[in-house]
Design a protein around this ligand. Sequence first.
Ligand code: NDP
Length: 277
Amino acid sequence: SHPLQFAVFGHPIAHSVSPQIHQAFAQQFGIALDYRAIDAAPDAFVDAIGHFFHEEQGRGANVTMPHKAAAFALADERTPAAARAGTANVLTRLPNGRLSAHNTDGAAMVRDLTDRHGLDLRGHDALLLGAGGAACAVAWSLIDAGVQTLTIVNRSPESADALADAIGEPARARTRYWEDLAGIGSFDLIVNATSAGTLGHALNLPFSLAASRATCYDLGYGKSAFGFLAWARVAGARYAYDGLGMLVEQAADAFELWHGRRPDTEPVYQSLCVQMA
Ligand code: NDP
């Protein structure tokens, strides 16, 4: 019998470690799967997805930049986690042939912080930098996890305002202007959900943002997180983490959705840390 068909779609995608993560999970259960990285330019994404699911009998796909909004839009149905983020990082072909969109990014990020790094988010004053697809997913999950306040700051203020409005708890989720960062006080948790590091741009954040004992978290990993994490250490943050754990956790959620088994993420995370160092 043919191995089960899975793929990650992105652009660029050549350096993705998702195939490696899914194969490592599959090995834990002796599952044989075919998991490819498929490069699709934005104007070719919808056709590539259609081909994969309907011609090649694809069972599930991970979706990364820049296709998460398109993946959400093309699906036949959407989970609540995808609906509130407005983006999808997982597409699954249901037994009836319909495509279901799901978003595991927010829950994965919170699980990385709480379960792997041992942080109790309840009562935290959190600052979220960015209001793109990943930031939206993370914002909802930070609220779920019980942060006391969530201050959302985005370069373009409209998307930060739209996110705070969607959350609809003005006393907890509020926005500030990027230009005012030096005057808005300090935070226990600072999450960088911008793509600045990936694009090679500096954020030029004021050191006053980090409370003593603050935790700083960059959704990026590898080289793209260096700038923010270096800033965090100089600012006096107690802990500075990159998004590698989030990457492994979101993959584990997709794996469980597709295979009905919960993989052990820790050995996979540890070996990726060594590989990326
Ligand atoms: P989007 O393109 O949807 O959003 C990008 C965000 O970054 C916007 O808020 C944008 O602001 C902001 N931004 C970009 N450049 C700058 C800059 N120079 N200064 C300030 N803000 C800037 O991207 P995603 O939300 O999909 O991804 C964001 C990051 O998260 C990426 O680096 C991605 O790799 C990472 N990520 C990691 C995951 C993981 O598993 N570890 C999962 C998902 C994402 P504006 O609105 O003004 O343009």
